[in-house]
Design a protein around this ligand. Structure first.
Ligand code: AMP
Ligand code: TRP
Length: 346
């Protein structure tokens, strides 16, 4: 395998409320990765419109997700922060990948099945094609590492399949044009930590999600201290005290979830949490969790509010990010066009 420059890419959709799952599974980890890698963090507005969005609300949400990135600690001077629709190479590469990906591959995508539900005939073509655009997002930069929550695992496997098929289908041109054995890298998914899959506070078997009708199912990044406290106190639990070992969390999804959230917020492991709280009743543990969540999330929510009050600043960050993103993607897509054999304007 040729060596590819290490590069991190990830995206978050500007749809609905950002919640603790988005923060712990994705955004908090984006912040950490900046110390080690060059990173691109994208507000994926092209993905958002695979389901109808109110235009004014979409604009607001793009700024809000950008504010969340910055408030959480992503440094826009160091990392590239931008929104997808400002960089035309995403859509352009997605088309080429549409002609590489196979129908059979997309037919296996479980997220489409969940999101389309029973009324599949009425889902947008974009919703079906969503994972191909995601592959284009990543590979337009030839990104090597992608931090995401557990729910994106299958999409990242598809990204690898598309990269590999492109590399095989065009192996001759790739070699002739001096790119060696492979034009696209095999992307590493970075899924992990105690909160790769944060569950609903109302039902420990369901993922915490933006689209859950009950606001009590999730903690939003914009919730104030009282809201966080209420939601944690009302969170579903069982009747037993906390176990002292992680094995005791098996078959106790709600307990497992709250312990995982505590661990991730505090940058420790589930084992560490149970060492301190094994044997405790939920009332006591929830009190500690409220304090921790308010201490960690409160400042982020407040900073988000401050940032969204100045949309001009956010838009300037996005414009700067888009220019830097395009400077990386444009030569890659130009090379792809040569590889595929398009006659380019020169
Ligand atoms: P989305 O809001 O669907 O664009 O998701 C943005 C990021 O948050 C992705 O990396 C998801 O995998 C991650 N994510 C969403 N929900 C959860 C959850 N409940 N637990 C952990 N990560 C999540
Ligand atoms: N599909 C991802 C989600 O819903 C968002 C996303 C779009 C993404 N493009 C990406 C994540 C590229 C990582 C890399 O969570």
């Amino acid at each position: 395998m040729p060596a590819f420059k290490e590069l991190v890419f990830s995206g978050v959709q500007p749809t609905g409320n950002l919640h603790l799952g988005n923060y712990l599974g994705a955004i908090k980890r984006f912040v950490t990765m900046q110390a080690q890698y060059d990173c691109l963090y994208c507000v994926v507005d092209l993905h958002a419109i695979t389901v109808w969005q109110d235009p004014a609300e979409l604009t607001r949400q793009i700024r809000e997700v950008t504010a969340a990135f910055l408030a959480a600690g992503i440094d826009p001077a160091r990392s590239v922060v931008f929104n997808q629709s400002q960089v035309p190479q995403h859509a352009e590469l997605a088309w080429i990948f549409n002609c590489v990906a196979r129908l059979g591959w997309l037919n296996r995508m479980t997220q489409f099945k969940e999101k389309a539900g029973k009324d599949r005939e009425n889902a947008s073509v974009g919703l079906y094609d969503y994972p191909v655009l995601m592959a284009a997002d990543i590979l337009a930069y030839r990104a090597t590492h992608v931090p995401v929550g557990e729910d994106q695992k299958q999409h990242l496997e598809l990204t690898r399949d598309i990269a590999q098929k492109f590399n095989n289908d065009f192996a001759g041109a790739i070699a002739e044009q001096g790119h060696g054995e492979a034009f696209f890298p095999t992307t590493e998914p970075l899924i992990g930590g105690p909160a790769a899959r944060v569950m609903s506070l109302r039902d420990g078997t369901k993922k915490m999600s933006k689209s859950d009708p009950s606001d009590y199912s999730r903690i939003n990044l914009t919730d104030d201290a009282d809201g966080i406290a209420q939601k944690v106190r009302k969170a579903k639990t069982d009747a037993e005290p906390l176990p002292s070992e992680t094995a005791g969390l098996e078959k106790r999804p709600e307990a497992d979830n709250l312990v995982g959230i505590f661990a991730a917020l505090n940058d420790v492991s589930r084992e560490d949490v149970l060492r301190d709280y094994g044997g405790a009743q939920f009332s006591a543990f929830k009190g500690a969790l409220v304090d921790l969540a308010v201490a960690k999330l409160g400042p982020i929510g407040a900073e988000m509010q401050r940032l969204v009050a100045d949309p001009g600043h956010i838009d300037a960050v996005l414009a700067n990010g888009a220019a830097r993103a395009e400077a990386i993607a444009a030569p890659n897509i130009a090379a792809v066009k040569d590889i595929v054999g398009f006659a380019r304007r020169r």
